[in-house]
Design a protein around this ligand. Structure first.
Ligand SMILES: Nc1ncnc2c1ncn2[C@@H]1O[C@H](COP(=O)(O)OP(=O)(O)OP(=O)(O)O)[C@@H](O)[C@H]1O
Length: 252
């Protein structure tokens, strides 16, 4: 396979995200109930209280799990049924990079996804080096992942996802526990990319300029729409619930 090394990071925008009648449960608990959305925008935020179903929703989008009922498509792909197409369609960054990284060196980690896409070993290595170079981290290729800090491991995960050029990148609270400069550096990278972003966060401020926000509450969509209107009502509700006995309202 010929693999141009200077492909722009992302050339396509606004993949379509579709969910219709989606229900998902585990151990007899209904976690998501009748979720419906149909979006083609660049930046989507997902907010909601602990246990409201945010991570479950994004796991369904990436095809890590399948709905019990309903259907999920990302840019027309059922990512659970078609794992190969899913690799080109969706990339996810988890909160904890250690849940993502499986190889001992940075180069192997970044090259792995590229091998999964069908690149030969030498192409994958070349593309991995080119990706590290683009981030000014060419010298990390042979570095042990264990020798990197948490923030640096986050960057390895981000580079691994970007190297694969997915149409959609899902961020499941990837900045928790990171210091301000590291968070800003990662955000700058993400702000510069063309892929559709789906961002789960407890920080409404970080979603202020997003195109669309989904507010989940107890496994249902409480509201979705413009960031301004949804976040205003979300923050107002969270403040009101914070005045009361917050733990009494814990979902789950
Ligand atoms: N494998 C599982 N087995 C049983 N229950 C589960 C499982 N995974 C998630 N749940 C339950 O589903 C609900 C939603 O979980 P989820 O992780 O999607 O919430 P969340 O909104 O991402 O929460 P948080 O903000 O705390 O990360 C919770 O009540 C959780 O306990």
């Amino acid at each position: 396979m010929n693999a141009p090394l200077d492909i722009p990071l992302h050339t396509r925008t606004c993949a379509r995200l579709e969910m219709a009648g989606v229900c998902y449960g585990k151990a007899g608990v209904d976690i998501l109930k009748d979720i419906a959305l149909d979006l083609s925008v660049r930046r989507v935020g997902i907010v909601g209280r602990n246990g409201s179903g945010k991570s479950t929703l994004v796991r369904l989008l990436c095809g890590l799990i399948a709905p019990d009922r309903g259907h999920v498509r990302v840019d027309g792909v059922d990512c659970f049924a078609d794992r190969r197409a899913a690799l080109r369609t969706v990339g996810i960054l988890f909160q904890n990079p250690d849940h993502q990284i499986i190889f001992p060196t940075v180069g192997e980690e970044v090259a792995f996804g590229l091998r999964q896409l069908g690149h030969s070993k030498s192409e994958a290595q070349q593309l991995a080096r080119a990706t590290l170079d683009r981030f000014g981290r060419a010298d990390w290729y042979d570095r042990s992942v264990q020798a990197l800090s948490q923030g640096q491991r986050h960057l390895v995960c981000l580079m691994s996802v970007l190297a694969m050029q997915p149409k959609v990148i899902i961020l499941d609270e990837p900045f928790s526990g990171l210091d301000i400069p590291t968070t800003r550096a990662l955000r700058r990278e993400l702000d510069g990319i063309e892929a559709t972003l789906v961002h789960v966060t407890h920080d409404p401020v970080s979603l202020a300029d997003y195109d669309h926000v989904i507010w989940l509450s107890e496994g249902r969509i409480e509201e979705q729409g413009s960031a301004e209107s949804v976040l205003a009502r979300f923050v107002e509700r969270m403040e009101r619930e914070g005045e009361q006995d917050a733990f009494a309202d814990f979902s789950g």
